[in-house]
Write a protein that binds this ligand. Structure first.
Ligand code: GLU
Length: 272
């Protein structure tokens, strides 16, 4: 009888603990068997919300692979849009469990969040109209109208080192810059070549734009997580390592960047 009581009490403690864990889980991007992941919605090849309401791209596929390794099948994932300037906040507020959104690891961001990875390396480049002959090098930007995105390393690099004299407009997303480039409100769009190649190759844009082909920075994409969550970081890094070693990384890169003709770098070494 005594023993029974003891185990009932133990069970009650376990229940209480589980309830607490679920409670705290629900405000940190996961809730029992569900998980919320931050991605881009407007970047073909990386993170794109398609007209039928599904999601596609390398970041989406990486997120699915990692989620599966963490125990969440695809139907348990809620996708949340993570604009460049919102990523740290989404993580800090617990709106998402992690962010896979062309999210470069850098010192400034590491003060606010942690990163698993890196899982991809690309470089900052320029997209101009197909008939442009005036922008061929970084210095040409100093007399031009340039568009990039608020909260991105691309905008920061331009302002701080690449072309401080450029007339820089910062918008909420790269797709908005693209509209400006098309209707000549701006002369160039700058961000990662992996993103620009996706836009240039979209059916509706074919023949309209070209990449200049500059390599103006190294952008190492990481998976953003809450600062100090070393357990989650360890689990995600393990999943990323598996993704590379089992051949999935190569397959997903080909699938997602093949159509844009983007020439990718080899898989970067995961920092651990
Ligand atoms: N990778 C860069 C960054 O994290 C540019 C792309 C983006 O804004 O998502 O800022």
């Amino acid at each position: 009888m005594k023993l029974r009581h003891a185990s009932a009490a133990a069970a009650a403690v376990v229940l209480a603990l589980t309830a607490t864990a679920c409670g705290s889980g629900s405000d940190s991007g996961s809730n029992g068997d569900k998980i919320t992941i931050g991605i881009k919605f407007d970047q073909p090849g990386l993170g794109l919300k398609t007209p039928d309401g599904s999601y596609a791209g390398f970041d989406v596929d990486v997120a699915k692979y990692v989620a599966k390794e963490l125990g969440y099948s695809e139907d348990k994932i809620t996708w949340k849009q993570a604009p460049s300037a919102e990523r740290e906040n989404l993580i800090k507020n617990g709106d998402v469990k992690f962010v896979v959104a062309s999210y470069s690891i850098n010192e400034k961001r590491l003060k606010e969040v942690d990163f698993a990875g890196p899982y991809f390396l690309t470089h900052q480049d320029l997209l101009v109209r197909a008939d442009d002959t005036t922008i061929t090098k970084v210095e040409d930007l100093n007399s031009k109208k340039l568009c990039s995105v608020t909260g991105s390393t691309s905008a920061q690099n331009v302002k701080e080192k690449l072309a401080p004299q450029a007339d820089l407009q910062q918008l909420g997303g790269y797709s908005e810059c693209l509209t400006g480039l098309e209707n000549k409100a701006v002369d160039a769009l700058t961000t990662d070549a992996s993103i620009l190649a996706g836009y240039a190759s979209q059916k509706e844009h074919q023949g309209k734009f070209k990449l200049v082909g500059l390599s103006m920075s190294d952008e190492n994409y990481g998976i953003g997580i809450k600062k100090g969550d070393s357990e989650l970081k360890g689990k995600i890094n393990k999943a990323l390592e598996k993704m590379v070693s089992d051949g999935t990384w190569d397959k997903l890169v080909k699938q997602n960047f093949g159509p844009s003709g983007y020439k990718n770098e080899p898989a970067p070494k995961i920092a651990g």
